[in-house]
Design a protein around this ligand. Structure first.
Ligand code: SF4
Length: 381
């Protein structure tokens, strides 16, 4: 049986954060019910929409992301998870990782208890920083205290696998303020930490405010914060298993790891992406279209059948994001070609440049390679 991941997108937030260009919008409750209805229709009709049947898969993970899924009532979350359980009955094992993203400004002890009761077994809390001035600058709806209360309530509700998202390279952030955030999350012994650098996205209030100014840390400072984060987390027992993801032993995110390993996944909801039998699909990003026709194949934003060359490139640049790197043997098995036959010249050049390491049948980024990751990945395109 092939492993399968399922992603469910909830594109609603209380309000937009100033740096955010994710597919999300402020919500009124009435919009949410119509959306859940469309989502359930899409899940029920998935097999026709994605040319895909569940009984050749073993379901390994479900991820409810957004947006702000914790705006949903526990009843809505239950409807979604029950619907998946019914539609993927053949594929459903005992040990499915079921993650839900939560914004500390939208949860209560009762709501967290209800989410846990409806089968969510991993929580991903969007913190970003424990410094309230940084949170205000980002336009987040919560302060640090709300995060600490949410974390405590989540533990009491029975969540023992909790990711915390933090951000680096924020306006005004210093190594000291970053250390405050790292200390706070490691003191809580959360099982997983995602640490991404802020990226200035066009069309956001942040872009208007900071593009062309020196209000954001430069590249050198951004790298310094990244290296500081890596070594701080290492000292505190968190292993970097992907460029921006760290976990206590055994708590790597199964769902995200499946993306990097190119396992099949189905994405439900507005703008959600899927990978099925080497075809990439992306749902429409137009809410009216999605609500009217959640099962339409004509409304795919993308429907791309990947060539062998595309698959090889993805295998390399996604696999190299992982600390374990790419296995030469697995590449050979999957493509029935030696890796050197395809990428020999690029690999030796990148090794000579000190960006890749070949050792024991595996190829990995060096520390320098991590800093120049985008350059390395581009060499396989
Ligand atoms: S909560 Fe997340 S998805 Fe929503 S606006 Fe803020 S950053 Fe974007």
């Amino acid at each position: 049986m092939k492993p399968l991941g399922i992603y469910v997108h909830i594109p609603f937030c209380v309000r937009k954060c100033d740096y955010c260009d994710f597919l999300s919008m402020p919500v009124g409750n009435e919009g949410m019910d119509d959306y859940i209805y469309a989502l359930l229709c899409e899940i029920k009709g998935y097999a026709g929409k994605f040319n895909c049947v569940g009984d050749r898969y073993g379901l390994s993970s479900i991820y409810i992301g957004g947006g702000t899924p914790s705006l949903l009532s526990a009843d809505s979350v239950s409807m979604i998870t029950d619907c998946i359980r019914r539609q993927f009955a053949y594929a459903y094992g005992k040990d499915v990782e079921i993650t839900m993203e939560a914004n500390p400004g939208t949860v209560s002890p009762d709501s967290l208890k209800s989410y846990r009761e409806c089968g969510i077994n991993r929580l991903s809390i969007g913190l970003q920083s424990v410094n309230d001035d940084e949170l205000r600058t980002l336009g987040r709806i919560h302060d640090a205290e709300a995060f600490f209360k949410a974390f405590d309530a989540a533990k009491k509700a029975g969540f023992d696998n909790i990711n915390v998202d933090i951000m680096t390279a924020l306006p005004g952030q210093t190594l000291d303020s970053l250390e405050n955030t790292l200390k706070a999350v490691t003191d809580l012994s959360c099982t997983h930490i995602s640490a991404y650098s802020l990226i200035l996205e066009e069309g956001t209030p942040f872009y208007k405010r900071y593009a062309g100014t020196d209000g954001l840390p430069g590249e050198e400072k951004e790298r310094e914060m990244y290296h500081f984060t890596v070594s701080y987390l290492k000292e505190h027992g968190y292993k970097r298993y992907e460029i921006s993801n760290f976990s206590l032993p055994g708590y790597e995110s199964r769902h995200n790891s499946a993306y990097w390993k190119r396992n099949d996944y189905l994405g439900f909801g507005l703008g959600a992406s899927s990978l099925v039998d080497n075809t990439r699909y992306k749902n429409t990003v137009n809410m009216c279209d999605y609500l009217k026709h959640p099962l339409s194949r004509d409304l795919f934003e993308e429907n791309i059948s990947l060539s062998e060359r595309d698959r090889m490139a993805e295998h390399m640049f996604l696999g190299l994001r992982l600390s374990e790197g790419v296995s030469e043997e697995e590449f050979g098995k999957e493509f029935e070609k030696e890796i050197d036959e395809i990428y020999g010249r690029e690999l030796s050049r990148l090794v000579t440049e000190g960006l890749l390491l070949r050792d024991g049948g595996r190829i990995r980024l060096t520390e320098k390679g991590v800093d120049y990751g985008n350059y390395v990945f581009s060499r396989f395109l």
